[in-house]
Each structure stands twice: as C-alpha cells, then as structure tokens.
Design a protein around this ligand. Structure first.
Ligand code: AMP
Length: 283
C-alpha cells in the first residue's frame, strides 16, 4: 500500500495509473476508520482496479471549532485497516498542503439542497464539504466516488455537484453499516459514555418503529412525527437537533406519506451529535 502526503507524489502515481488504464475508485474519509468505511473500500474494490482512501479532517466543514478539536485521530490503526482491506493508496495530506496560505478562499453551495436538515443547524458545513470533495476529486481523478448513505444529505449534494458541474465521476451510495444493536457505525460513537451509548440505541429503534407504523398504515405525517419524536425523547440526555421527513431527491419537506421518503435525524446524546438516515417506502 502506498501512503502519500504531498500533491506532487499523488499526481505522479495517478498519471501512471491513468496511462495503464486503471479504473480508480475514491473513498474520502476523516479517519478513525471502522467497518462502515471499509464497506466503501469493499464496494470500490468490487468495481475498480485501484482504490484510494483519503484521510483528512477538513477544518472548513466544522462550524463548531470545539467539534473539530474533539474529532478523534487514529492514523496508525487507520493505515493498518486500509492495508488489511487491500487499499492501493492512502492520501494523508496536512492542512497546509490542502489549504496553502496563498490560496484565495472559494465558496461553493447548492442552496436548495443545503438549507435543510444538517445545513440548517450546521451553517457552512456543506460549503466546506463541497470545497474539500471537489479539491480531492481534482487531485485523485477517480472514475468512481463512494459515499455512505448514513450521511444521505452529503451523498445527495455531492451527486448534484457532480451532475451540475459535469465532473466525469460516477457517485455511488453505500448502505449504512450498523453495530449489533443497529446504531450506525461512526467515529463519533467512541465519544459516547457507556450510558449514552445505551441511550443511542434509541435511534435505530426509532427507525424500526417508523417502519412498523408506516406499514401499519399511519398516513398522518404530523402524528407519525410525534410518535417518533416522543419515542426518542424517552431517553435521558437526548436532544433532537432535527427529525424530518423529506423528498429523497429535493430534500424538501413532504406534505404526505406516499411513495419514497427520507427519514432523516440528527440527535445529541450528551455532547455527541449522531445522525442517521433511511429511505423508506410508504405502501
Ligand atoms: P467520515 O470519515 O465520517 O467523513 O466518513 C467518510 C465516508 O464514510 C462518508 O462517505 C460516510 O458517509 C461513510 N460512512 C461513515 N460511516 C458509515 C457507515 N456506518 N456505513 C457506511 N458508510 C459510512
């Protein structure tokens, strides 16, 4: 496995691969890797001849500096996991490499998709995501980009950017990998106290309840949302950032429960903000 930190070294390898007609799959991450990230790698390896993982905690997507400072770093075990899973190249740049001081700041946004859900409570977050992902796309020149559906809004916004700006890249969404109690795997789970970790299992159970009530024929959106909110709030130390039912393409609120819908939530358990998303189909 090749590990590079400098853009020039990365570019040399990419141009070799391009000359050899390799199909490049790219999985951008912020490290503290787990089996969820490795599902992106596995999907990439099934589809591509070379797989790149980037590990970069992107400062421009954190609207809260405390959250950025608290973000865990585990480079050694990350590299080991990547090697074990047959990653071909890890790009591990410093902040200075990605954002040199000489740079003129640029801001990207897709307003209709990023003023809802996480975009509403994390101003500037998706501008930072679009900035880093487009930079990394230009640096790694992948044929495919792999994104987790746990972060559905991110997946949707990146897909829209690629489509609107004609990036020659196919974006594939990878299903959420879950712990045995259903909690979506996340680097942030490590920050939960044992008690809060138990409470966090309310989130996947809320999704189960959502499916059950939907299949049971509940059609009233307000009632449905109330049932789910009340269920989450049975946990102590729980604060709901948002719980929304939106159109999976436009991310705009739905007025009735018909066909495909995205159930999206962000919940604070103690200090830790956890998100989960699932596309459900109303019968
Ligand atoms: P992160 O390191 O949290 O920025 O995540 C990097 C990529 O891994 C993103 O595309 C995430 O959506 C994806 N990812 C994170 N957790 C999971 C998971 N539990 N299952 C599948 N993909 C995930």
């Amino acid at each position: 496995m090749i590990v590079v930190s400098e853009i020039a070294d990365l570019k040399t390898i990419i141009s070799e691969w391009k000359q050899n007609q390799e199909t490049i799959g790219f999985c951008p991450t912020m490290g503290t890797l787990h089996d969820g990230h490795m599902d992106l790698v596995k999907t990439s390896k099934g589809q591509c001849t070379k797989t790149i993982v980037s590990i970069f905690i992107n400062p421009t997507q954190f609207n809260d500096p405390k959250d950025f400072d608290a973000y865990p770093k585990n480079t050694e075990s990350d590299l080991k996991l990547c090697e074990e899973h047959g990653v071909d190249l890890v790009f591990l740049p410093s902040v200075e490499v990605i954002y040199p001081k000489s740079q003129t700041p640029i801001q990207m946004s897709i307003p209709s998709l990023q003023t809802t859900l996480c975009g509403r409570t994390r101003p500037g977050h998706f501008e930072g995501v679009l900035q880093i992902v487009s930079k990394l796309f230009h640096l790694t020149e992948p044929n495919y980009g792999f994104f987790g559906l746990k972060d559905y809004q991110q997946y949707r916004i990146i897909s829209a950017m690629v489509e609107e700006l004609n990036f020659p890249i196919r974006i594939l969404g990878v299903p959420t990998k879950r712990e045995s109690d259903g909690l979506a795997m996340s680097s942030r789970n490590l920050r939960l106290s044992p008690k809060d970790r138990e409470t966090a299992s309310l989130i996947p159970r809320m999704f189960q309840l959502a499916k059950k009530t939907l299949l049971g024929g509940e059609k009233n959106l307000i009632v449905w949302k109330e049932i789910l909110t009340d269920f989450l709030l049975t946990g102590s130390n729980v604060k709901i950032d948002y719980l929304e039912i939106v159109d999976p393409i436009t991310l705009q609120p739905l007025s009735n429960l018909n066909g495909e819908l995205l159930l999206a939530t962000a919940v604070f358990v103690g200090e830790v903000r956890l998100i989960d998303n699932e596309v459900l189909v109303s019968p």
